[in-house]
Design a protein around this ligand. Structure first.
Ligand code: MG
Ligand code: MG
Length: 253
């Protein structure tokens, strides 16, 4: 069942979204060669708790940290560790969430570590652009397949591939609510979009194959071919006046 939110509920989600977005800005500003993913996670947690919010990921399904931090060919769900040290040329995906007054924000970014390859830079840009292509299609009266198709079409226009095994989702009082929001689809198909839907739109884009594998740690998901992957996610609200990007606190990031 899809839980539609009224304007008061969307307003509460704005607060959770802002805290989530601000935590990602702090994380971004820490990204440089030599920093561990543990340190980034620690500062994310510190900021979220300072705001009076709860790190949504911590303990979710047993996840041991406040952010998923995934490097290079890791797609999602990387576990922060003192042993994972960022290196010049890496790309790092930081995905986090904050729960505030009962509502959840969920957002992710891919950040270059120092100077990255031309291919890595193109991948990061295309992944972000695919999110915005999806947002263009996120209109009352359209269908969910219009959104997924817009994302996938943009990704394929760059010669990259869209991960199919993991998808976006509804978000609200729970991090994962109905509906699933695939990053692919058929225009005109799927459920009809209506005002009050709050969704995490989150393209995961690979340089090579779309196939992925889960590692034996039970969490980390990697590309099957070892090539790079990028992720870009915002929690958004569809209203009769248009789309609100609840976790975006700095334009262009
Ligand atoms: Mg997320
Ligand atoms: Mg999500």
């Amino acid at each position: 069942m899809i839980h539609l939110k009224n304007s008061a509920q969307i307003s509460a989600m704005k607060d959770a979204g802002r805290i989530t977005g601000e935590a990602l800005l702090i994380a971004r500003d820490m990204v440089r060669p030599g920093v561990s993913t543990y340190e980034i996670d620690r500062e994310i947690r510190r900021y979220i708790e300072k705001c009076g919010a709860t790190p949504t990921f911590l303990g979710y399904g047993g996840f041991p940290a406040s952010a998923c931090i995934s490097i290079n060919d890791e797609v999602i769900h990387g576990i922060p560790s003192k042993k994972r040290i960022l290196q010049e040329g890496d790309i790092v995906k930081i995905d986090t969430g904050a729960t505030y007054h009962g509502y959840v924000g969920d957002s992710a970014r891919t950040i270059p570590v120092g100077t990255v390859s031309e291919e890595a830079a193109r991948l990061i840009q295309a992944t972000r652009d695919s999110f915005w292509a999806g947002i263009d299609a996120l209109q009352v009266g359209n269908r969910l397949g219009d959104v997924g198709s817009a994302i996938d079409t943009l990704v394929r226009s760059h010669g990259f591939s869209t991960v199919k095994r993991y998808v976006g989702h509804g978000v609200g009082t729970e991090m994962h609510e109905s509906p699933d929001v695939p990053n692919f689809g058929t225009p005109g198909r799927g459920i009809r979009l209506c005002a009050g839907m709050t969704l995490a739109i989150e393209p995961m884009v690979n340089v090579g194959t779309c196939e992925v594998q889960e590692l034996s740690d039970g969490w980390t998901v990697k590309t099957l071919d070892g090539k790079l992957s990028a992720h870009y996610e915002n929690t958004v609200a569809l209203t009769s006046e248009g789309v609100l990007i609840l976790t975006e606190v700095e334009k262009g990031f």
